[in-house]
Write a protein that binds this ligand. Structure first.
Ligand code: DNO
Length: 402
C-alpha cells in the first residue's frame, strides 16, 4: 500500500516535514479554503501542489496523491434544481484535478454533518486522549439543547432516561462543550454551525427522506461518474460516520447493501469506495473482512483505524489501530492480495493509497491544538504498527506462494 497522511494545508499544525519524517510520500489534502460548490481552478490546484512539493530534496519526496475531500454541495444531496450547476462545477473540478495528475478523489454524501462524535478529548487511563461517541450524550443534545421536534421517537426509553439524567447533572460548561463538539463544521475548517441555523439545515431534508437521498446520490454518480471515468479519476465515496441515521437525517452509505446499490447505479470501476474501517466497523452487522473481499476491486483509497464498542453497543470510542473490533490482519491481507491481483493484471497504479486514520492525542501532542483525531504522534504510531502488520502479511503471502 502507498503510505499517505492527511494534511489540512498551510494552517495545519502538523507540517509537511512531519509527514516526510513519518516515511510517507503521498499527501492527502484538499482546498479547504474554497467554498463548497465552487470550482477548483487549475491555478489553485497548482499552488497547492507546489506547496506540497516545495521542501522536496531527494529522500522521500512528497506529492499530492489523494483529494480528501472534494465536497458535494447540499443542493446535490437535496436534489434541488440548482444541482445542475453544482454537478457541472464538480465535473470541471474533476477535470482540472486530472489535468494536474491527481486521480483519486474522496467525497461523502452525509447530509449537513460530516463525521460526528460527542467527545473529541476522551481521556484514557494512560493519559492519552481519543474520540468517543455516546448515544445518550447525543440524545441529550438533540432533546434538550437543539430541542428538535419529534426527536423523542428516535430514542428508546433507556436512552431518553440516560439523556435526561445527564442533562440534569451536566454543568453549563459541559453542555457548551458537547454542543460545540457536535456542531463542528467540516474537517479542515475552524467553522462551526450555529445552533440557531442548525435546525433549519435539518428541516431542509424533511422532504428528501432516505429514498430521496439515495436517488440523489445515484443521480450524482450517473452524471459525474462518466466524466470521472473519461478523465481517469477514481471517485471514492467515504462511508457514513457513524454508520446510521442521526438527528432525523437519512444516511445511505453505511452497509454492504448500501455500497452494492451505489455501485450498481453507475457500474464502472471509477465509481469506487474509500474503505474506512473505523466508520464501517462501528456496526456489528458490518462484516469488514467480507466487505473488503467483496468490494476489493472498487477500493481506491483506504482509511485504517479501529473502534471499540462499549458496554452499550451503540457507544464507541476509537481504539489503537490494531486493537478494538476491527480485524485489521484480515483486512490488510485482503488488500495486499488485491494489490497482487492488480499487479498481475497490469493495472496502472496498482498500489492502493492508505492512510492511518486518526490517532490518539499523546506524548508531546497533549498540550497542542490540532484538528481532532489528526495530531502527529498518534497517527505516526498507528502508521508504524500498520506498516509492521503489512510487512508480515507480505512475507506470509510470499511464503504461501512458494
Ligand atoms: C474524518 C474523515 C472524514 C472524511 C470525509 C470524507 O476524520 O475521515 O471527515 O474526510 O468524510 O469526505
Amino acid at each position: 500500500m502507498k503510505h499517505t497522511m492527511r494534511w489540512f494545508g498551510p494552517d495545519d499544525p502538523v507540517s509537511l516535514m512531519d509527514i516526510r519524517q513519518a516515511g510517507c510520500r503521498g499527501v492527502v489534502t484538499a482546498l479547504h479554503q474554497i467554498p463548497v460548490g465552487d470550482t477548483w481552478q487549475p491555478a489553485e490546484i497548482k499552488k497547492r501542489q507546489q506547496l506540497v512539493e516545495a521542501g522536496n530534496s531527494g529522500y522521500s519526496p512528497l506529492y499530492w496523491d489523494v483529494v480528501e475531500s472534494l465536497p458535494v454541495h447540499e443542493d446535490i444531496k437535496k436534489g434541488r434544481p440548482a444541482r445542475r450547476i453544482f454537478i457541472d462545477r464538480y465535473i470541471q473540478s474533476l477535470r482540472n484535478l486530472a489535468n494536474s495528475g491527481i486521480r483519486t478523489v474522496c467525497y461523502n454524501f452525509m447530509p449537513v454533518l460530516d463525521w460526528s462524535r460527542t467527545n473529541v478529548s476522551y481521556k484514557l487511563p494512560d493519559g492519552s486522549m481519543t474520540l468517543r461517541y455516546v448515544l445518550a450524550d447525543f440524545a441529550l443534545f438533540d432533546l434538550y439543547i437543539l430541542k428538535r421536534p419529534d426527536a423523542e421517537k428516535d430514542y428508546d426509553q433507556p436512552t431518553r432516561e440516560a439523556a435526561y439524567k445527564r442533562w440534569k447533572s451536566a454543568t453549563r460548561h459541559e453542555l457548551a462543550r458537547l454542543t460545540d463538539t457536535i456542531l463542528l463544521g467540516l474537517p479542515g475548517t475552524e467553522e462551526k454551525f450555529e445552533l440557531a441555523e442548525f435546525q433549519g439545515l435539518l428541516d431542509a431534508y424533511r422532504d428528501v427522506g432516505e429514498a430521496g437521498l439515495r436517488e440523489n446520490l445515484y443521480h450524482f454518480l450517473q452524471e459525474a461518474g462518466p466524466a470521472a471515468s473519461e478523465a481517469g479519476i477514481n471517485l471514492c465515496i467515504h462511508p457514513d460516520d457513524p454508520p446510521r441515521p442521526l438527528l432525523g437525517l437519512p444516511r445511505v452509505v453505511s452497509t454492504a447493501s448500501d455500497i452494492s446499490r451505489l455501485f450498481s447505479a453507475y457500474p464502472h470501476s471509477s465509481n469506487g469506495l474509500t474503505f474506512c474501517t473505523g466508520s464501517l466497523g462501528v456496526r456489528p452487522d458490518n462484516n469488514l473482512p467480507q466487505m473488503a473481499e467483496t468490494f476489493a476491486s472498487r477500493i481506491h483509497f483506504v482509511h485504517l483505524r479501529s473502534t471499540l464498542r462499549e458496554q452499550n453497543p451503540l457507544d464507541f470510542h476509537e481504539a489503537p489501530h490494531l486493537q478494538g473490533d476491527v480485524d485489521m490482519y484480515a483486512i490488510v491481507k485482503t488488500l495486499k492480495k488485491e494489490e497482487q491481483r492488480r499487479y498481475a493484471e497490469g493495472v496502472q497504479n496498482a498500489e492502493i493509497p492508505m492512510r492511518p486514520d486518526h490517532g490518539f492525542q499523546m506524548l508531546d501532542d497533549l498540550g497542542k491544538t490540532t484538528y481532532p483525531g489528526y495530531s502527529a504522534i498518534g497517527r505516526l504510531k498507528g502508521l508504524a504498527e500498520l506498516r509492521g502488520l503489512e510487512l508480515a502479511v507480505e512475507k506470509e503471502l510470499l511464503f504461501q506462494s512458494q
